[in-house]
Design a protein around this ligand. Structure first.
Ligand code: NAP
Length: 486
């Protein structure tokens, strides 16, 4: 048996409900595809709405006991999860590459990133504090406690199959919440394997329940509308996020929304250009461009554009594209044919509007959903890819003349997740950072993701923050006691 087959065989494929693996109602199954070949890797259980309710039942039944578990015990389970993930990183990375397509080196980086959320929140579980305050009248006391919010629904996308779940499960477990997790239908395996590891780490039955399904709306809507659900945390596209917010409104359900992005990447004339190119490679090409944080629009001061474009083009053209399991591959396939068609349409539209192709833009024959690393110059403001998330390995370059124009172009979007800014002038760095309408800024660096930092966006990019010291707040309710000493 090949290593790929061994890794697949060791991954559970059923629903995980109340600590037990079980098939979907009626034995329904859904196929998981390898995006590098278009072939089926395996089948996983395809949950029905009734299976979803069973998962919520399990989460509700486990909530009270889990909330009463000593914080140290919850932290130890998270710590053991971190250790298990670290020990099994090679196998977990291969599994992820098989279902999602990214190169194994990138999958390993994601496993490390995901596991760090468990380590971080293992440490936060024992730091949930409250308050004691003398009331202004001197007689009363104000006591504040923070309690687990209760059963949560966690919905995650396909682009980071482990990290997007870890960023929610870590704080939910630390806070004492139970949960139903629904991973993306295209990448369910990493989450199923994680449930297996967390069980090995000692997580009690019912705390984490996983449902995989081809009917996301049919299974999740009744759970969102169920009064027993106390929290919805969603990572995915803005249109789906908006729909879920509408469903949540009826129950005044607490929500966290990590939605789409359209990151501007600004290179000023005083930037260290080599550093800026390095940053652009990271901001653009991490995850093959299939990241909410991906640099979507690259704005460069006109005086350094020629130099910057040449350096970036050289780097992009040299990238090795192929199946993520192959040695030396730096760019894998896109997730599916639909996504590749979208990238192609956006590039074709930009070219039709006058953009110049510096490299890429032509799809090679063969299996799998590959798209070549592409650099486009002179991209007009009216091109669709200035407004829409590309989610692919395409770097569109547009020149600007001054700071005001750069900031105006950067903010000209309904999204507000992250921006990147390259300058060696400290005053400019702070001045521009204050004016950028995004929840995060990469200053002279092309990556912002960090378990110790509050990740999240403004405008249509979402609500709430994940990670950092405030990441656990999303899973805690504040309760205030008015105490009279009279
Ligand atoms: P998506 O289509 O919105 O799907 C995300 C998740 O929602 C999947 O599990 C999906 O299930 C589920 N879903 C879809 N429709 C649903 C419904 N009606 N009810 C309940 N669940 C539903 O997004 P995606 O294409 O997987 O991911 C890419 C998007 O995620 C991009 O816009 C990207 O920017 C965003 N993203 C944001 C962040 C962030 O932190 N801000 C991080 C990563 C990705 P199915 O798989 O079955 O469709």
């Amino acid at each position: 048996m090949s290593r790929e087959q061994e890794v697949l065989k060791a991954c559970p494929t059923e629903l995980f409900i109340a600590g037990k693996w079980r098939p979907a109602e009626g034995g329904k199954a859904l196929a998981v595809e390898d995006p590098a070949t278009g072939t089926t890797l395996c089948d996983v259980a395809d949950a029905s709405p009734a299976d979803g309710v069973a998962a919520l039942d399990a989460a509700v039944a486990a909530q009270a006991e889990w909330a009463a578990t000593p914080p140290r015990d919850r932290g130890e389970i998270l710590r053991r999860t971190y250790e298990l993930m670290t020990a099994q990183a090679d196998d977990l990375a291969l599994l992820m590459t098989l279902e999602m397509g990214k190169p194994v080196a990138e999958s390993k980086a994601e496993i490390a990133y995901a596991s760090e959320f468990f380590r971080w929140f293992a440490e936060e579980a024992v730091r949930i504090d409250g308050g004691y305050q003398v009331a202004p009248n001197g007689k009363g006391r104000v006591l504040v406690m923070r309690q687990p919010v209760g059963p949560c629904l966690l919905i995650t996308p396909w682009n980071f199959p482990a990290a997007m779940g870890a960023r929610k499960i870590g704080p939910a477990v630390a806070a004492g919440c139970t949960m139903v997790v629904k991973p993306a239908a295209q990448t369910p395996l990493s989450m199923l394997k994680l449930a297996d590891l967390m069980t090995e780490a000692g997580l009690p039955p019912g705390v984490l329940n996983v449902v995989t399904t081809s009917d996301a709306g049919g299974v999740m809507e009744p759970l969102i509308r169920d009064d027993r659900t106390r929290k919805l945390s969603f990572t995915g596209s803005t249109p789906v996020g908006v729909k879920l917010l509408e469903q949540a409104a009826g129950q005044v359900l607490r929500t966290s929304m990590e939605l789409g992005g359209n990151a501007p990447f600004l290179v000023f004339e005083d930037a260290d250009l080599d550093k800026a190119v390095e940053g652009a490679m990271l901001a653009k090409m991490r995850n093959g461009g299939e990241a909410c944080t991906a640099a979507n629009r690259i704005y460069v001061h006109s005086s350094v554009m020629t130099q910057f474009a040449a350096k970036l083009t050289e780097r992009m053209a040299a990238l090795k594209v192929g199946r993520g399991t192959e040695e030396g591959v730096e760019v894998g396939p896109l997730i599916d044919g639909k996504q590749r068609d979208k990238v192609k349409d956006l590039v074709d539209d930009a070219i039709a509007q006058g953009a110049q192709v510096l490299t890429g833009a032509s799809i090679a024959e063969g299996n799998g959903y590959f798209y070549p690393p592409t650099v486009l110059a002179d991209v007009p403001k009216t091109a669709r890819l200035q407004k829409e998330e590309i989610f692919g390995p395409v770097a569109p370059l547009t020149a600007f003349e001054d700071e005001d124009e750069a900031v105006a172009m950067a903010n000209d979007t309904e999204f507000g997740l992250v921006s990147y800014l390259f300058t060696q002038n400290l005053s400019r760095a702070l001045r521009v950072s204050e004016r950028l309408e995004t929840g995060m800024i990469g200053l002279n660096q092309g990556i912002v993701s960090n378990p110790a930092a509050p990740f999240g966006g403004v405008k249509h990019s979402g609500l709430g923050r994940e990670g950092g010291p405030i990441g656990i707040d999303e899973y805690l309710e504040v309760k205030y006691l008015a105490v009279s000493l009279d």
